[in-house]
Design a protein around this ligand. Structure first.
Ligand SMILES: *[C@@H]1O[C@H](CO)[C@@H](O)[C@H](O)[C@H]1NC(C)=O
Ligand SMILES: *[C@@H]1O[C@H](CO)[C@@H](O)[C@H](O)[C@H]1NC(C)=O
Ligand SMILES: *[C@@H]1O[C@H](CO)[C@@H](O)[C@H](O)[C@H]1NC(C)=O
Ligand SMILES: *[C@@H]1O[C@H](CO)[C@@H](O)[C@H](O)[C@H]1NC(C)=O
Ligand SMILES: *[C@@H]1O[C@H](CO)[C@@H](O)[C@H](O)[C@H]1NC(C)=O
Length: 191
């Protein structure tokens, strides 16, 4: 009897270990997955500075008491709306493949960082649809990962990571970002 009880106890200890083990290892298994889609886009932004309306692709639409709508020097609290061009290569004269439309807000006092919420709206021969990005952009880091939280059209129910790297910068007025998009979840609708 004693042997039977101890072997049952042993069985449950092993079972518990197995369950604990697989529960903690399950999320790691997902990291093995390769992207189902990946591509690079370049984002071009020129901020509205009071005189460049024809060329501006972003503007401060809300500012705190210590700033104004054309002052980029005091960034904390500034809210920008963007309608930026996306191209397949780093040349801002190339044909656009889409737009980045949404906003970002500088959200770190005594530091540099912004929270982005925008969609990449694609309308080209390769992709039609949107990808929505949301997350904190720690601007001083060489590369920044922003979550891709969803998509539509050719990106129906897609999500993944967009890695930002500043590629060109012209003071506080204009910049270009190289964005590597890696999608790890790519659904498609069956008719
Ligand atoms: C605004 O930027 C444009 C370039 O896009 C520049 O020519 C112009 O001098 C700037 N204006 C001010 C007030 O800084
Ligand atoms: C806008 O860009 C064009 C060239 O694309 C340039 O000729 C013009 O001076 C620019 N205007 C401003 C206000 O920066
Ligand atoms: C905004 O701030 C800048 C820098 O302090 C200043 O040069 C500019 O005149 C201000 N513009 C407005 C509309 O207050
Ligand atoms: C295009 O990029 C060049 C630098 O590569 C820059 O001098 C120019 O101002 C940019 N033009 C626009 C409209 O962003
Ligand atoms: C995409 O491009 C086509 C052809 O230029 C145009 O008819 C259509 O309205 C565009 N769609 C969007 C969502 O911009």
């Amino acid at each position: 009897m004693a042997t039977k009880t101890s072997s049952i106890t042993f069985f449950f200890i092993i079972l518990t270990l197995f369950i604990t083990c697989s529960a903690t290892e399950l999320p790691q298994l997902r990291h093995v997955r390769r992207p189902c889609k990946k591509f690079t886009v370049y984002l071009h932004e020129t901020r509205y500075n009071g005189t460049n309306l024809a060329n501006a692709t972003s503007a401060i639409v809300g500012n705190p008491a210590w700033g104004n709508k054309t002052n980029f020097a005091t960034n904390f609290g500034n809210l920008f709306v963007i309608d930026n061009m996306l191209t397949a290569d780093n040349n801002n004269k190339s044909a656009p493949i889409g737009r980045a439309q949404g906003f970002y807000v500088y959200d770190i006092n005594n530091g540099v960082g912004a929270w982005h919420g925008f969609s990449m709206v694609f309308n080209n021969t390769k992709y039609k649809g949107t990808l929505t990005l949301a997350g904190e952009n720690p601007l001083l880091m060489k590369t920044r990962d922003i979550s891709v939280i969803g998509g539509t059209g050719d990106f129906f129910m897609h999500w993944g990571i967009a890695t930002f790297k500043t590629d060109y910068i012209n003071g506080l007025l204009a910049y270009r970002i190289k964005i590597n998009v890696k999608l790890y979840e790519c659904w498609c609708l069956l008719e």
